[in-house]
Write a new protein. Structure first.
Length: 124
């Protein structure tokens, strides 16, 4: 009799444990980083630095801009930040993205050599 009770308790405990692990699993999945890649216009290493720094915000764990391919890759947590916000952050430091142009006021602030709309710079 007693052993049956113990067995039932064990079953209940394992049920609770499975449920608990499932919940933890879901929590981890919810926090899982999302990777996005999109086109950003830039000219030089200063641009690269500016673009990557713009994404040094909460919710972004990694940002790398590839000058040659003009592609930006970011790892982010969709709970904290959206892809649209990533585009806006980059545009607000003066760089056009595939989602839209940088505000003229922001573009005006970047150094002459970085002015990608006027062409490539050759002097560095
Ligand atoms: Cu530049």
């Amino acid at each position: 009799m007693e052993s049956i009770i113990i067995t039932n308790n064990m079953k209940n405990i394992s049920k609770v444990l499975v449920l608990f692990l499932a919940i933890i699993g879901m929590a981890f999945t919810g926090n899982k980083k999302t990777i996005v890649t999109f086109k950003v216009s830039g000219n030089c290493d200063m641009c690269k630095q500016r673009i990557e720094q713009a994404l040094d915000v909460k919710g972004v764990s990694f940002a790398e801009y590839n000058l040659e391919t003009q592609m930006l890759t970011a790892h982010f947590n969709p709970k904290h930040i959206s892809v649209a916000q990533l585009h806006t952050l980059v545009q607000n430091v003066g760089h056009d993205t595939e989602a839209g142009k940088a505000p003229d006021s922001a573009y005006a602030l970047i150094p002459g050599c970085c002015k990608y709309r006027e062409g490539k710079c050759d002097d560095h």
